[in-house]
Each structure stands twice: as structure tokens, then as C-alpha cells.
Design a protein around this ligand. Structure first.
Ligand code: I3P
Length: 474
């Protein structure tokens, strides 16, 4: 063996050793078992995808993400530019005059800030001083490049998930990332099929999901729950990314509907703290709403704001409100704050379903009816108030999905009392009107005209064709 071959062989061995050490092949969650829940088309593969690979105990995982991170940063992974980040990319267009405003895409820097807040066990961008800097002319440099090339090749051939492909999936996911609702940057992809959701102080979403997991009645009606973890004194939960059940998550229509007649916690009733930001938000919705006293003070309590929002939207009257939506061919829209009456909701639904109305509506009604039955028989709902939770509707040209999400403000009812979710709320009874919302949703969907029966339907076809043409061009 020539000297250069020996150097090369030695380097390949060393790199493989370093790689095995860093990535913990076969023990970390990035091992080849992940292959069984990657992308796939058939329903069979879909079933497989939903199976979560066996994981490390969370303590060990945290150690890996915390202590190994530094070592991984020292590796030769280079973080490439993310060309079109779309985290929280949204436009307030529908029913608003702001439709000409451009989409607000966060900067690369902002995206990195958001990502760096999350407990990734994947690699982070390598800091430049850690990158190996051999002289380009040297034989070591050539040998290094060869060895690195081989290392990548080996990882691809063995289907092992290395640092490099891990960043590739993350990058690809972020390119297509849209956060429909919730606080900006509070949700990011964790793995190809799961999400990290940042937890607010004292919120019991992890505990709620654990209780939901123990309730067979709710099986399949919520995202799967995997883990609760902590990093830098911040808390996160890892849950299923429901969009990954669709063939191409970027080609789906999505709607978030906040359910219940009450959107605030009973604890807010006694909170007297006044907030200027909520006053500003109130005035932006209706300049005539503040009282003289509120105008002088320039601030209102959260209870005042939340009840105002309930009245302005359909929450108070119908027990649900549309928070955000993205049509099949459209951008994310969030301006539904004044969608209040049955007529407003009907028009918004017709617009959202587009030409798919008859098919989607029928499947949704069936799904919501089974969901209602499940809730009526659920031990979790029997014993918990569920405030600020949403129904997530997702459809594409083949499939329709509908789930309950967001349990940050769900908590057990004190003193072993039970709730029926239909009784009118009075302070102290903990009722939330969840089922009032579902009853009205079903009723409105049942009363929607079949596609083709409404005079605007022909116009809708034209709009969809134009939107599709625009998308194809860009
Ligand atoms: C917000 C919305 C959120 C609520 C937030 C409100 O109003 O009701 O659900 O967060 O309170 O400002 P809007 O929809 O008009 O933007 P929580 O559900 O966490 O209470 P916040 O400002 O205290 O975050």
C-alpha cells in the first residue's frame, strides 16, 4: 500500500470512528430505525410511518443534545443558506383591505434565532473556528476530502442518518414551514414526523396530552404525544406533526378553529393587571369599543380583551371561531376576527373549501360527529375543562383530516366534579362550551349548499385556475 493510500485509509478509519463516537450509531435516535417512519405513499407505509422508533430515555437524550452538541459542532458539517424560509410566513388578507401587503417572511437570522431556542439533538451550524483548515495544496487536504466523501457515501449506502442528512431534512422542512396559529416561533419541526412545541410557564399541556393518551375514546382524534423535555430551563413537548399524514404537506388546505364559548381561564377573572398591548389590539379591531375610562388609561385587562374578542367573533354566539386558514392554492390568512354570524362563517367555509366543497364537507361532518361521540364518552373531557383548544382541518385533493389540538389551557376540574361542555358558563362551574361549538359547526356544515348549487361556484373555478397558474409560474 502506498503512503498516500495508507494516509487515506487511516483517515477514513479515524473519521468513521469519530462519526460513530459523535453520532452514537445504533443508540441515538438518529439511527437507521428512523427509516421506518420516513416518507411513503401507500396506506401501509403510512401506518408504518406513524410508528415512533424506540427512543432513548429522555434523560439520556437530553444529555446527548446538551453535551454532545458541542462535540458535534466541532465536526465538518457546514450549515448552508436556507433559501426561502417561511416560518410564520403569513398574510392578513381574507376579508381585509391589507390584501396588497407582502408576505412577512422572517430573515435567515430570525429563523436561526427561533431554531437555536429549541432542543435539537441534531447538529447546529459549525462555528467557523472549529472547521478544519488544511492548506488546499497539501496532501492531507486531498486525503481529507476523499475521506469525507467516502464517509458521506458510507452513510448514504448504509442508510444511517448522519449529521449531514439530518440537517438536510431540517432545511427542507423549514423551506416549507408554515405555522398556522399560536405564538410566533413556538412550534418547529423536531424530526421528519414530529414537532417541538415550546411550553408557557405553568402550562400543563404535557400533562393534558399524557391524560389524553390514557383515554381510549380519544385515540386518533389528537396528535400523538411523545415526550416532554427541558433545555436551558425551558420546557418543550414533542408531538406528532399531523400534516405529515398528507402526501405533500405544502399542497394542503388548513384551517384552525378555536373551540368553546369561553377562551380565557377562570384564573383570568381575578387578574386586574392592565395591558396596553391588549388595548391597542382592541382599538385596532374596533376604535369605538373602549370606554372613556379605558381610553384615558390606555390599557385593559386580559379578561376584558378576551371577552371583547369572543363577542366580536363567532365564539360567544356559536362556540367556535375561525383563527387562521390556508386555501389549497392560497397563502396563510389570519384576519377572521370579525367573522361572527352564521352567514359570515358560511361564506368563509365556502371560500376555504373551494371546488372541493361537497367531498370535504361530507367527510368533515362524519368525522366531527364521531369526534363528538368520542368527547361525550371521554374520561378526559368528563374531568377536564378544555379552553383555547382548536379543531384543525386539513385536506388535499384526496384526503380529509380533522383533529383536536392545543391543550395548553386544559386542566382537571377541582373536587372530582364533572363537566358536560354544553352548560352555560358561570364563574366557578368550569364549563367551556366545547360541545356547543362542535354542535354548531356540524349544523353549519350540514346546511352548506352542495358544490354547484351556489351562484358563486362558477367564479370559484375561475379563481382556482388563476391561482394554480400563478403558482406554476412562480
Ligand atoms: C390573543 C389570543 C390568544 C391569547 C393571547 C391573546 O388574542 O386570544 O389565544 O393567548 O393572549 O392576545 P388575538 O387572537 O386577538 O391575537 P393565550 O391563549 O395564551 O391566553 P396573550 O396576549 O396573553 O398571549
Amino acid at each position: 500500500m502506498s503512503l498516500s493510500n495508507r494516509v487515506r485509509a487511516h483517515l477514513v478509519r479515524s473519521l468513521l470512528y469519530i462519526y460513530t463516537f459523535i453520532m452514537g450509531v445504533g443508540t441515538s435516535r438518529h439511527d437507521k430505525r428512523q427509516g421506518c417512519w420516513s416518507w411513503g405513499g401507500s396506506s401501509n407505509s403510512e401506518e408504518k410511518r406513524m410508528k415512533r422508533p424506540k427512543k432513548l430515555p429522555s434523560k439520556l437524550r437530553l444529555k446527548i443534545s446538551g453535551n454532545q452538541r458541542r462535540r458535534r459542532d466541532d465536526t465538518f458539517v457546514v450549515w448552508e443558506e436556507i433559501p426561502t424560509p417561511s416560518v410564520c410566513d403569513h398574510r392578513d388578507t381574507m376579508n381585509s383591505e391589507a390584501s396588497s401587503s407582502p408576505p412577512s417572511a422572517p430573515t435567515q437570522e430570525r429563523l436561526m434565532q427561533i431554531i437555536s431556542c429549541f432542543p435539537y439533538p441534531t447538529t447546529r451550524p459549525a462555528s467557523p473556528q472549529c472547521l478544519p483548515k488544511p492548506s488546499p495544496e497539501s496532501c492531507e487536504h486531498r486525503a481529507f476530502c476523499d475521506a469525507f466523501g467516502k464517509l458521506v457515501q458510507v452513510s448514504v449506502e448504509t442508510m444511517a442518518i448522519t449529521a449531514l442528512p439530518m440537517d438536510v431534512w431540517l432545511k427542507e422542512r423549514l423551506k416549507k414551514w408554515v405555522q398556522l396559529s399560536g405564538h410566533e416561533g413556538s412550534i418547529v419541526p423536531a424530526t421528519p414526523h414530529t414537532l417541538y412545541k415550546k411550553q408557557c410557564a405553568n402550562c400543563g399541556e404535557g400533562r393534558a396530552y399524557k391524560n389524553i393518551s390514557k383515554d381510549p375514546a380519544l385515540d386518533g382524534f389528537t396528535p400523538k404525544y411523545y415526550d416532554e423535555l427541558e433545555k436551558n430551563e425551558e420546557h418543550f413537548i414533542e408531538i406528532e406533526d399531523l400534516l405529515q399524514q398528507f402526501h405533500d404537506p405544502t399542497k394542503t388546505a388548513i384551517m384552525d378553529i378555536k373551540i368553546g364559548t369561553r377562551t380565557f381561564l377562570e384564573s383570568e377573572v381575578s387578574n386586574t393587571k392592565k395591558r396596553a398591548d391588549l388595548y391597542e389590539k382592541m382599538v385596532a379591531i374596533d376604535n369605538d369599543e373602549p370606554t372613556e375610562e379605558e381610553r384615558k388609561c390606555g390599557a385593559i385587562t386580559k379578561l376584558r380583551y378576551m371577552q371583547f374578542r369572543e363577542r366580536e367573533s363567532s365564539t360567544a354566539q356559536l362556540g367556535f371561531r375561525i383563527e387562521a386558514a390556508k386555501r389549497l392554492e392560497g397563502a396563510l390568512e389570519k384576519n377572521f376576527k370579525k367573522v361572527r354570524t352564521v352567514e359570515d362563517v358560511t361564506t368563509t367555509f365556502m371560500d376555504f373549501f373551494g371546488t372541493q366543497r361537497s367531498r370535504v364537507r361530507q367527510q368533515l361532518i362524519e368525522r366531527l360527529k364521531s369526534m363528538r361521540k368520542a368527547i361525550e364518552h371521554s374520561s378526559f373531557f368528563n374531568s377536564h375543562e378544555v379552553v383555547g383548544s382548536s379543531i384543525l382541518i386539513v385536506f388535499d385533493t384526496e384526503k380529509v383530516g380533522c383533529w383536536m389540538i392545543d391543550f395548553a389551557k386544559s386542566s382537571p376540574v377541582p373536587n372530582g366534579r364533572t363537566l358536560n361542555h354544553r352548560t352555560t358558563w358561570i364563574p366557578g362551574n368550569n364549563e367551556d362550551g366545547y360541545l356547543i361549538g362542535i354542535d354548531n359547526l356540524v349544523k353549519i356544515l350540514e346546511e352548506l349548499p352542495e358544490y354547484g348549487e351556489h351562484p358563486d361556484d362558477q367564479l370559484m373555478v375561475t379563481e382556482e385556475v388563476i391561482a394554480r397558474m400563478k403558482n406554476t409560474k412562480s
